[in-house]
Design a protein around this ligand. Structure first.
Ligand SMILES: Nc1ncnc2c1ncn2[C@@H]1O[C@H](COP(=O)(O)OP(=O)(O)OP(=O)(O)O)[C@@H](O)[C@H]1O
Length: 491
C-alpha cells in the first residue's frame, strides 16, 4: 500500500462477513477503510470523504455496482472503482470496463488478487487521466449474454473488449480457428458508440481474390467483365459502423495497399472510378496466422500490420481454458433445448467429465457442433457419454478421471496467481508444498519420500524447510474470504 497517510477506501457489499474479511485483508498503515452494506450509503460517503477508491460487489440490495460506478464517474470521471462478484456475467464485466472501472474481479479470486489490484489502483491514481468517448449509451439489458467464459484468460478478454470499445482504434484479434474471434469483434461493436450503425463481417478467404477489392470498396458499372451494375462496397455499406476483416493474413497485397490508404486517410475509390470517397469506419481484423512471420516473408505489408495491430486481443484455444468447457457446453445445451419443445435437456456427470477431458482442436465451434449433433440424435432428455460424438483428433489426451486435466488447470491458476504475487518464489514454494504432502503421505519416512520424489534426502530436507516466500505474505494472501467459503459450501 502507498505511504500516503490520507488514503481512504470504501467497500460495499450486502454480506457483513465479507466486509469484515475484506477490511482486515486490506488493512495497512495510513489506510482508512469504511464499509457499507448499501450502495447509496457508500456513494454518499465516497463523495463526502473524497475517498480514493470504491470497491463494490456487482449485486447489491436495491441497486448494483455498475450503477454506482456509472453515477460516480458521471460526477467525477477520475474516480477509481473496482468491482467484484461471485456471479458477474460477461456483459457486466465488459460494461464495467467500458464505463471505466479499474478492474473487475471474480470473488473467489479475491484472496489472491485483491491486495495487488488495490495497490496498483492506488499507485496509479495520480497518473491516470481517463478520457472517455461516451456518445452512445449501451443499455445493459439489450446485450444478450452470448460470450461465455469464466476462465481468467477470458475475463481478461472481456476487460479488453470493454476498454477498446470506448475508442476507435483498430483491433487485431488473434487465436485459432473457432475460438470466438468474430464473436469478440461483434462485442466490441455492440459496446461501442457505433452500436446503432452496421457491423459487417467479411471472411477474406471466402471471396475469390479478383472479387475481393470490389467486395470491400465497391465498383463502377463496366469496370470489369461481369460488373453490369454499380456496386456499393462494404466500406460504404457500414459507414459510421464497424468492418470486421476475418482472415486478414490472406488478403492479397494489392488490396492491402488500398486498405492502408483508408486507414491512413479515411479515403478510397471504387474499382473503376477516380472519384475519392470518404468513410468513417472502424476496422477490426482477425487472423489465425502469425502475421509477424507473414510480414517477414513479404506476404503482408509491414505498415499495414502496424496500423491494424494498435491493440491486440488474443483468445486462447479452448484446451488452455478448460474451466470454460462445462460452462459453454451447458450454455449450448440450454440454448438448443429452449429452442425445441419438451423438457430441458441435461448432461450426466460422466458426459461432462468426458467433454472436460477432450482437447477440442476445433475449439468452441467444435464444442457447439458436437452438442448440436448430440441433441439432434439423442432420444431422451439426458445426454450420456455414448450420445456425444467426439472426434479422434482431440481424444489423445483423454483421461477418464480428468485428474491430469485438473492438475494442469490448478498449475495454470497457480502461475497466474504467482505472476500477480511478487512475494511468492513459485518453484521453491511448489517444491516445499509437494515435499510436505508426500512426506506426510509416506508417514514421515524421509527415505521413501525422497525415492518417490526422485531426489536425495538432503534435497528433500532442504525443500521441506525452504522459506519459499520472500515476505510473510502468502498465508494471508491465500486465506479464503467468507463469501468464497460460503459459495464453496453451497456448491
Ligand atoms: N466464448 C464463447 N461463448 C459462446 N459462443 C462462442 C464463444 N466462442 C465462440 N463461440 C461460438 O463458436 C462459433 C465459432 O466462433 P467464431 O466464428 O467467433 O470463431 P472464429 O475464431 O472467428 O473462427 P474462424 O477463425 O474460423 O473464423 C460461433 O458459433 C460462436 O458463436
Amino acid at each position: 500500500m502507498p505511504d500516503n497517510p490520507d488514503t481512504h477506501l470504501i467497500i460495499v457489499d450486502p454480506d457483513t462477513d465479507f466486509l469484515a474479511w475484506a477490511a482486515a485483508h486490506l488493512k495497512a498503515p495510513g489506510v482508512s477503510i469504511s464499509t457499507f452494506e448499501r450502495g447509496e450509503d457508500a456513494l454518499a460517503s465516497y463523495v463526502k470523504k473524497r475517498a480514493d477508491l470504491l470497491l463494490s460487489e456487482v449485486r447489491l440490495n436495491g441497486s448494483n455496482g455498475i450503477e454506482l460506478l456509472k453515477r460516480l464517474r458521471q460526477t467525477d470521471p477520475q474516480s477509481m472503482v473496482i468491482l467484484f462478484s461471485g456471479t458477474a456475467t460477461t456483459s457486466h464485466v465488459i460494461e464495467a470496463m467500458r464505463l471505466g472501472a479499474y478492474d473487475v474481479l471474480a470473488k473467489e479470486r479475491l484472496p489472491y488478487e485483491l491486495r495487488t489490484v488495490v495497490e496498483s489502483a492506488l499507485s496509479s491514481i495520480e497518473a491516470r487521466k481517463v478520457t472517455r468517448a461516451q456518445n452512445a449509451e449501451v443499455p445493459t439489458e439489450s446485450i444478450q449474454e452470448t460470450i461465455i467464459g469464466r476462465s481468467p484468460p477470458m475475463q481478461e478478454v472481456f476487460k479488453l473488449i470493454g476498454r477498446v470499445s470506448r475508442s476507435d482504434a483498430p483491433v487485431m484479434i488473434t487465436g485459432e480457428s473457432g475460438c470466438g474471434k468474430e464473436l469478440v469483434a461483434g462485442a466490441i461493436h455492440k459496446f461501442s458508440p457505433r452500436a446503432q450503425k452496421e457491423f459487417v463481417a467479411i471472411n477474406i478467404t471466402a471471396i475469390p481474390d479478383n472479387l475481393l477489392e470490389s467486395e470491400i470498396f465497391g465498383h463502377e458499372k463496366g469496370s470489369f467483365t461481369g460488373a453490369v451494375n454499380q456496386r456499393v462496397g462494404r466500406f460504404e455499406q457500414c459507414d459510421g459502423g464497424t468492418l470486421f476483416l476475418d482472415e486478414i493474413g490472406d488478403m492479397p497485397l494489392a488490396v492491402q495497399s488500398k486498405l492502408l490508404r483508408v486507414l491512413q486517410e479515411g479515403q478510397y475509390s471504387r474499382v473503376g472510378s477516380n472519384q475519392t470517397l470518404k468513410t468513417d469506419v472502424r476496422v477490426l481484423a482477425a487472423t489465425n496466422k502469425n502475421l509477424e512471420e507473414e510480414v517477414a516473408k513479404g506476404n503482408f505489408r509491414e505498415d499495414l500490420f502496424y496500423r491494424l495491430n494498435v491493440v491486440r486481443i488474443h483468445i486462447p484455444p479452448l484446451r488452455e481454458r478448460r474451466e470454460d468447457v462445462r460452462l459453454l457446453a451447458e450454455f449450448f445445451l440450454h440454448r438448443l433445448s429452449s429452442r425445441r419443445r419438451g423438457p430441458q435437456m441435461r448432461f450426466t456427470d460422466d458426459a461432462l467429465d468426458m467433454l472436460d477431458a477432450y482437447d477440442w482442436p476445433g475449439n468452441v465451434r467444435e464444442l457447439e457442433n458436437t452438442i448440436q449433433r448430440a441433441c439432434a440424435l439423442c432420444n431422451s432428455d439426458v445426454l450420456l457419454p455414448s450420445d456425444i460424438p467426439l472426434g479422434s483428433k482431440g481424444a489423445r489426451h483423454m483421461d477418464p478421471s480428468s485428474t491430469v486435466t485438473r492438475m494442469r488447470d490448478a498449475l495454470s491458476m497457480l502461475v497466474s496467481v504467482a505472476e500477480k504475487t511478487p512475494d511468492i518464489e513459485l518453484l521453491p514454494w511448489v517444491e516445499r508444498e509437494l515435499s510436505r504432502l508426500a512426506y506426510r503421505h509416506f508417514g514421515e519416512d524421509a527415505d521413501r519420500t525422497a525415492k518417490f520424489l526422485g531426489v536425495n534426502t538432503e534435497a528433500l530436507q532442504s525443500h521441506l524447510s525452504a522459506p519459499a516466500v520472500k515476505k510473510a505474505a502468502v498465508d494471508s494472501q491465500l486465506s479464503t474470504p467468507p463469501a468464497a467459503k460460503k459459495a464453496k459450501k453451497a456448491s
